[in-house]
Design a protein. Structure first.
Length: 291
């Protein structure tokens, strides 16, 4: 259980995290979404015992997280920069992690290195950006920490490597449940992993809800442009696409079943709201509109 109570993080005059309250039950995969500069990494640093909030408290299992050795040993925080020296070989990074993390599974780390095609004999300084990302996700997953935080760990990884990473993350989570927080910009690509979604904007939490509930929040209406426009009258439009007389509008919902039935009789098709459309709408509003 993670409890964030009135947490604010400032860097001089810049407020990175603005009076955040958040409760995260254990053994759940969370997706943390936000635009660049929204405060995601600062919040994650506080959750991972890396940073003391300017004000407020972060509690993990009822204990204050910052400079807490017991909590730190049970927390894995993987960022785009590795916390190991470039002169180490990959195998040495594995050994170092094993000495620090009680849940480390060396056999699983070896399996991941094979699946993700990482040569453990290489020095870290010789790894490409994508290979460094692969090393990071292996360190994050094979640690099997009760709190695993992955802050955009896929940077530089190609589509095949990312797909294999998502597959391994889900399979190992099902076998060894734990709290996983994954920060990402690749919303639609990874949305199926998330049980709950957290959206940050300008240092504040805009939304925290179950993924399935968010998918039911609105609909996409597709059909002849004039009929779609008429149907959408009076609804909030989140996004739109048009091509050759066909129009698709994403509406903030939910819609009444009778209304959908009437639209279908008029030849309109309805689909669920995409998480990316919801994210873009919420994080592109003026500051006053989100208060």
């Amino acid at each position: 259980m993670i409890e964030v109570r009135g947490v604010t993080i400032r860097y001089g005059r810049t407020v990175a995290v603005d009076d955040v309250d958040l409760t995260l039950p254990a053994d759940t995969i969370y997706g943390l979404l936000g635009r660049n500069g929204s405060g995601k990494t600062s919040l994650l640093s506080a959750l991972a015992c890396y940073r003391k909030p300017t004000t407020g408290t972060v509690l993990v299992d009822g204990e204050e997280a910052f400079e807490n050795p017991r909590i730190a040993r049970r927390t894995s925080f993987i960022r785009d920069t590795l916390d190991v020296q470039d002169g180490y070989r990959v195998s040495a990074a594995f050994c170092l992690t094993e000495s620090l993390r009680p849940g480390w599974d060396a056999e699983y780390a070896g399996k991941l290195a094979d699946v993700l095609q990482l040569d453990t004999r290489k020095r870290i300084s010789a790894l490409s950006r994508g290979q460094r990302s692969v090393l990071g996700v292996i360190l994050g997953l094979a640690t099997r920490a009760p709190l695993t935080i992955l802050d955009e760990p896929y940077l530089g990884m190609d589509a095949v490597a990312r797909t294999l990473f998502y597959r391994e993350l889900l399979a190992d989570y099902l076998a060894h449940p734990r709290t996983i927080i994954l920060s990402t910009h690749l919303i639609e690509e990874v949305a199926e992993l998330f049980e709950r979604i957290i959206i940050m904007d300008r240092g504040r939490i805009l939304l925290h809800d179950e993924t399935d509930a968010l998918r039911g929040r609105g609909v996409t209406v597709t059909g002849p442009a004039e009929r779609v426009t008429a149907f959408a009258h009076g609804h909030t439009v989140l996004g739109e696409q048009s091509l050759a007389g066909v129009r698709a509008l994403t509406l903030d919902g939910p819609l009444d079943p009778d209304e959908i039935a009437r639209g279908e009789r008029d030849g309109l098709a309805f689909g669920p709201l995409g998480l990316q459309d919801l994210f873009v709408h919420l994080t592109s509003q003026p500051l006053e509109a989100t208060r």
